[in-house]
Design a binder for this molecule. Structure first.
Ligand code: GAP
Length: 450
């Protein structure tokens, strides 16, 4: 049953993303890799624009947050300290008959796994499901030429630990004073048991995480501040406010004193789902890394002559999952006044759109292609544009609407007389004439003010 009043557009989106080069299934010619996706020419631009927006708001526009880029492979003790070796697990059951594996809480399992009554949801046999066993979600590999237990390393399941272990390096190098933050964007890997819904839950994904180090006792006010900041950021991407909500955690993770998710309504039966977590992690992480590494991770507050292990407020958002939210939010099928054919449009925020302007000569003669080619080359120095001279003008507009291009510029008969082009707005369909030598400034202003 649908849990959302918004339609389920996932299937249409998957098809559009493949057709227009946003997102492809990984290793498709070999039958695909489970829940791993590749970004195509337009997808890589869209996700990069999203990550740039995050990096700007977190690092570039603030003087109290520093950026880093830590390695994916870390010392294996990191994951013992963080609790991931012992606790980053899902309970699973195996069917000894069909060899399929299920989460122990899979609602399709009848009866209690491990007992003779329990029935396999796949092959239907009774008594073949094992008792639940804990399965660690971290991917393991080996460092160096010897594949033994001493050489095991993990692909990081979150980027956060790279920040914790660098806390003092960054603080001392930058002479930041608490409160301050460290931010990074990077890949994370989880051997998810129930991945799915396109790029919503995958086994390889990107996180954008920020840990804000604060004095114990001030953590609650910082938690509230970051909750609001993060919600405002999602709205600034153009996500509809009524599709966003906070969800406080009823059960807290072992490290958390308080936690709230920001959820987005993906429509259909998926409905509201987490896109970002904001956590008050107390001094759990720095405390554990002190204990496991034997190195002090204290901050010295010189004016007040006191030392302490800071508390951490974490904001953790998935770049891929937010990309999906942005796509779902933008997808529309509309009728066009005065035209028989409707249009599919991605009403992406202009700052996120992979292509900022389509540039078309109205016809392939009278100097129009030459003028339009020169204009495209000039504008390409400032932002991505797409030159298209094939097919009827209406079809060229539709092709750009479908990939979210906010402006289409047409060079026509009047251009060669007075040097103006038409600028068509994707959302209002309004057209106005702008001098070709002013069009770069015009679009730049519109991108900035949207
Ligand atoms: N450091 C805290 C942490 O990693 P999390 O709630 O496990 O917290 C944070 O993950 C965000 O990362 C999620 O809100 C989601 O956007 C993204 N994320 C987590 N697992 C994911 C997966 N398997 N596929 C895509 N995104 C994922």
């Amino acid at each position: 049953m649908p849990t959302s009043t918004h339609p389920d557009v996932m299937e249409k989106l998957v098809s559009l993303c493949k057709r227009r080069g946003f997102i492809f299934q990984s290793s498709e010619i070999y039958g695909g890799t489970g829940s791993v996706w590749d970004y195509g020419p337009l997808g890589v631009e869209l996700k990069k624009n999203l990550k740039d927006r995050w990096w700007s708001s977190m690092v570039r526009e603030r003087d109290d947050i520093e950026g880093i880029d830590a390695a994916i492979l870390m010392h294996p003790r990191v994951w013992e300290a963080s609790g991931h070796v012992a606790g980053f697990t899902d309970p699973l059951v195996d069917c000894t008959n069909c060899k399929k594996r299920f989460r122990a809480d899979d609602p399709k399992i009848k009866g209690e796994p491990g007992t003779p009554e329990a029935q396999c949801p796949s092959c239907g046999m009774k008594g073949t499901l094992t008792a639940p066993r804990l399965f660690n979600l971290m991917f393991k590999t080996f460092m160096g030429p010897v594949e033994d237990s001493a050489a095991v390393v993990y692909l990081r399941p979150e980027t956060a630990q790279g920040i914790f272990v660098n806390f003092l390096n960054v603080q001392q190098a930058t002479r930041q004073k608490v409160p301050f933050g460290i931010a990074q964007i990077g890949k994370a890997f989880r051997n998810e048991i129930t991945p799915g819904n396109f790029i919503f839950r995958t086994r390889e994904f990107e996180q954008m995480e920020m840990q804000f180090f604060v004095e114990p006792g001030t953590d609650e006010e910082h938690f509230e501040y970051w909750r609001e900041q993060r919600m405002n950021w999602h709205q600034s991407l153009g996500l509809a406010p009524e599709r966003l909500r906070f969800k406080p955690h009823e059960q807290l993770a072992h490290y958390a004193r308080a936690a709230a998710d920001i959820e987005f309504d993906f429509g259909g039966s998926l409905g509201f789902q987490e896109i970002e977590g904001i956590h008050n992690r107390s001094d759990f992480d720095l405390g554990r890394h002190q204990e496991y590494s034997g190195k002090k991770l204290e901050y010295f507050d010189q004016p007040n002559n006191k030392r302490y292990v800071p508390f951490v407020i974490e904001t953790s958002v998935g770049a891929d999952r937010t990309t999906l939210a942005v796509l779902v939010n933008a997808y529309r099928e509309e009728s066009v006044p005065g035209e028989d054919e409707g249009r599919t449009v991605l009403a992406l925020h202009p700052s996120l759109a992979p292509i900022k302007a389509g540039i078309f000569p109205l016809v392939k003669k009278d100097g129009m292609p030459e003028f339009a080619t020169r204009l495209a080359a000039e504008l390409r120095k400032s932002f991505p544009v797409f030159y298209d001279e094939s097919g009827a003008i209406g079809r060229r507009y539709r092709r750009q609407d479908e990939v979210g291009t906010p402006f289409c510029l047409t060079v026509d008969g009047q251009t060669t007389q007075d040097g103006t082009v038409t600028v068509r707005d994707r959302d209002t369909l309004q057209q106005e004439r702008v001098a070709a030598d002013q069009v770069q400034r015009y679009i730049q202003d519109r991108l900035g003010s949207a």
